[in-house]
Design a protein around this ligand. Structure first.
Ligand SMILES: Cc1cc2nc3c(=O)[nH]c(=O)nc-3n(C[C@H](O)[C@H](O)[C@H](O)COP(=O)(O)O)c2cc1C
Length: 181
């Protein structure tokens, strides 16, 4: 369907704005104990180094429309097989805007690095995303997770592989710098 002329004009303005200031990315995260936020911030840094202007927000704080972004990264912790509710809500509440933007998704994550644990988490995230059948992410990943702080510090497992996360964020940045959808 063709857009109304005023809408076209508005989009034209937005695109001209984007060209002037460069591509913009939003990283929205859903966390309980903070490890997902740390990953979101790290991804934001990588995107920034790759030339995107980046905003990083808790998913639950993004109440306004998320307009004007070329790339949106949504990350959430997985607890008991379920992707964090704030990540779900973010996708649900911003469906209309996200239909017109590149979206990348990540989940966290198994604390033991066995293939089985990762396979389980991958299918947990995939199952979560079936609820958003309108969404075709440009990239999806599961990263290793971190034990909650209640564990004794010397026993605390941190399965985050920052090299893997950096590589993923770098590839996502390339998409973010492409033409808008
Ligand atoms: C009670 C509990 C249940 C968990 N369940 C899952 C799970 O089903 N699948 C998974 O991949 N990770 C699971 N995890 C691991 C978390 O996703 C991981 O600890 C993550 O880093 C937590 O993120 P946060 O620090 O941002 O809250 C679980 C962790 C806890 C403490």
């Amino acid at each position: 369907m063709q857009s109304a002329p005023s809408e076209q004009h508005e989009r034209g303005d937005q695109e001209a704005g984007r060209r002037a200031v460069g591509p913009r990315a939003l990283v929205a995260y859903a966390t309980k104990h903070g490890s997902t936020e740390e990953v979101a911030r790290f991804i934001g840094d990588v995107l920034g180094r790759r030339g995107l202007r980046v905003d990083i927000v808790p998913a639950r704080a993004a109440r306004e429309a998320v307009d004007g972004y070329d790339l949106v990264v949504v990350g959430g912790a997985i607890y008991s097989g379920r992707w964090h509710r704030d990540a779900h809500r973010f996708l649900k509440n911003h469906r209309d805007e996200l239909l017109h933007v590149h979206v990348a998704v990540f989940g966290m994550g198994p604390r033991d690095t066995t293939d089985e644990a990762f396979a389980r988490a991958v299918s947990q995230l995939a199952r979560a995303l079936t609820r958003r059948d309108w969404l075709t992410p440009v990239a999806t990943a599961v990263f290793g997770g971190v034990d909650p702080p209640s564990r004794r510090p010397e026993k605390l497992r941190d399965a985050r592989d920052w090299t893997v996360i950096e590589a993923w964020a770098t590839s996502v940045a390339l998409v973010g710098r492409q033409a808008p959808l």
